[in-house]
Design a protein around this ligand. Structure first.
Ligand code: P61
Length: 459
């Protein structure tokens, strides 16, 4: 087979500024050892996130010029609505400025003390929006998904038995909805199978609970189903995506991922009363229902992006190029979460730096070292992002995995960028025994990873 090439030509470029290791040492100290605090111009390869970092296509930029900026009834809204309806099959489509705005609206209607929201794995903004209302967010990841070293086709699946047990225990009346996140971001960008979505749907039907998808990476999930699940090889990715949505009553979406745009999101649902309530909040917090916190041009770009993301040449390149990075560093002996995810490679920090205990943040240590070595920005997904303190003892409760995420922006980097990246990671791996643990010297009460400051533990 021939090399899978980037399925695009580059028309507009953005220069990368190069820094020296000495410069980066200083920058890292000034940032409190937190890459979120580094200026993007001081980064060589930025893998902090695949969210809002996509390169838009010529047609999306053309759409930007065609945006109808009318306050109400914008033509761009109707194009956006048509495309989202076609993919999701939902009756009511509500634009929001990004994913968490959709979550905020949904959970402020359905949440509150005494309510429970199960998910395969809640992303941090979803969890934060649920907990902010006083409700409880619970994860029900399948057992296989908790073992980074064991490969599997659908490690994002939900543990359906555990879900049903939980529903019986807490009472269906206290569970306003069940969510499935596709692909499972916090669990390694791993896909959820169609069978699992159907099985969760059956449990929801049994207890009369609606099912919502957190659909940020629905196209990548659909492509994995095409590749890996029996009976889907001959279906188009669009048909598969439509089937995924057909089992759900609604969805939240951050268009910053699989809609290939820099800003945007939406809520989709079939329940008219819920949609009315959501629109009422939307008007207070986001804007009029035909723009919802976005400009008309953003709606055009989302509509175009949603059409492009379902192109199978694009998806083949996308999934294969992430896998390419995974294969390259695995061959050098670097422990990664297996198999490679759709949007990111996750380094298994527990096995990479086993001498650093979770409460000294092994992932953060690797993140800092990758920056020093090659100007690479990555993000810790472990005890920094998800660690909680025990109320009684004040001790850190760590999540099951300590990961470093290398999220690949869509259509931004070429194969030689990825080759450079692999060289940097391998260089850091060679000196892994010298990596130091870190302590937190400042943290905010919520979503602390954004602004926390760290110091290395000497000695
Ligand atoms: C990311 F460090 N993800 O992965 P919004 N659901 C899911 C997401 O992945 C997601 C959202 C909802 C980001 C951006 C990000 O602490 C962080 O449009 C599965 O970002 O509001 C976002 O969508 C929320 C990174 C968000 C973070 C929060 O990089």
């Amino acid at each position: 087979m021939k090399t899978i090439i980037e399925p695009f030509k580059i028309k507009s470029v953005e220069p990368i500024k190069f820094t020296t290791k000495e410069e980066r040492e200083k920058i890292l100290v000034e940032a409190g050892y937190n890459p979120f605090m580094i200026k993007s111009e001081d980064i060589i390869i930025d893998l902090l996130t695949d969210s809002g970092t996509s390169a838009m296509s010529a047609l999306q930029w053309a759409g930007i010029m065609q945006g109808d900026e009318s306050y109400a009834g914008s033509k761009s809204f109707f194009r956006f609505e048509k495309v989202v309806k076609e993919i999701t099959g939902k009756k009511f489509i509500i634009p929001t400025h990004q994913g968490r705005a959709a979550e905020k609206i949904l959970f402020s209607i359905l949440g509150g003390p005494g309510k429970y929201f199960p998910n395969n794995t809640h992303f941090d903004t979803t969890r934060a929006n649920i907990e902010f209302t006083g409700a409880v967010a619970e994860d029900f990841l399948t057992e296989l998904g908790k073992h980074p070293e064991i490969p599997g086709d659908f490690k994002g699946n939900m543990d359906v038995e555990a879900l049903e047990k939980f529903i019986i225990e807490k009472g269906a009346e206290n569970i306003p909805l069940v969510m499935i996140t596709v692909t499972n971001n916090s669990g390694g960008g791993q896909p959820v199978s169609m069978q699992n979505i159907k099985d969760v749907r059956a449990v929801c039907d049994k207890y009369g609970i609606p099912l919502f998808l957190d659909a940020c990476r629905f196209a990548e999930n659909a492509y994995f189903i095409k590749l890996r699940e029996k009976g889907y090889g001959d279906k188009s990715v669009k048909e598969i995506a439509q089937e995924m949505f057909s089992y759900a009553d609604g969805a939240t979406m951050s268009a910053k991922k699989d809609a290939l745009v820099n800003i945007g999101g939406f809520l989709a649902m079939n329940d008219e009363q819920l949609a009315m309530n959501a629109r009422n909040i939307l008007i207070v917090t986001e804007g009029f229902p035909t723009y919802g916190g976005l400009a008309g041009r953003d709606l055009e770009a989302i509509a175009q992006g949603l059409e492009e993301v379902l192109d199978e040449n694009y998806l083949r390149y996308r999934i294969k190029s992430t896998e390419y990075l995974g294969n390259k560093i695995r061959e050098a002996g670097i422990p990664i979460l297996e198999p490679p995810g759709g949007h990111a490679i996750y380094i298994d920090a527990k096995r990479f730096a086993p001498h650093i205990p979770p409460h000294q943040y092994p992932g953060q240590s690797i993140v800092c070292e990758l920056y020093l070595e090659g100007g690479v920005r990555s993000v810790e997904i472990g005890s920094v992002m998800f660690g909680k303190y025990d109320k009684a003892t004040g001790k850190l409760i760590s999540p099951p995995m300590e990961l470093v995420r290398l999220a690949i922006p869509r259509r931004v980097y070429t194969q030689s960028h990825i080759d450079y990246l692999a060289e940097v990671i391998i260089e850091v791996y060679k000196k892994r025994d010298s990596l130091k643990g870190y302590k937190i010297v400042y943290e905010a009460p919520m979503l602390r990873h954004f602004t926390a400051k760290f110091e290395p533990i000497e000695g």
